[in-house]
Design a protein around this ligand. Structure first.
Ligand code: SF4
Length: 102
């Protein structure tokens, strides 16, 4: 683990992100070397976990996915800005689009 990733992990702890989310982030970071995107994904996961994994309705999930599919940042599976898998992220009430599109 690099010094910068250690300091980011400390910052995530101060933000109240669960240790499991931080561990998942560290593992993904080690594999991808892509700090910013994976950190954002871990932050989203932390917010979702703190909300009790509360889900949106299927109608809202479909609405969010339609917006992502029409977005230039959608890769076909993930968001190029936040690094999240959108088919999963769009299902959770605590998740949000970084561009405030949903
Ligand atoms: S989360 Fe927002 S920015 Fe990312 S692909 Fe979806 S609509 Fe686009």
């Amino acid at each position: 683990m690099t010094k910068s990733s250690d300091s980011i992990a400390e910052s995530m702890r101060r933000d109240g992100i669960p240790e499991e989310a931080i561990a998942a982030w560290q593992e993904a970071q080690a594999e991808t070397g892509c700090l910013d995107k994976v950190r954002d994904a871990a932050r989203s996961l932390g917010a979702i976990a703190r909300s009790g994994f509360c889900r949106v309705t299927e109608e809202e999930h479909v609405r969010r996915m339609a917006i992502c599919r029409g977005c230039d940042h959608f890769t076909g599976a993930t968001c190029a800005l936040c690094g999240c898998v959108m088919e999963i992220k769009t299902r959770f009430a605590a998740a949000s689009c970084r561009q405030r599109l949903w």
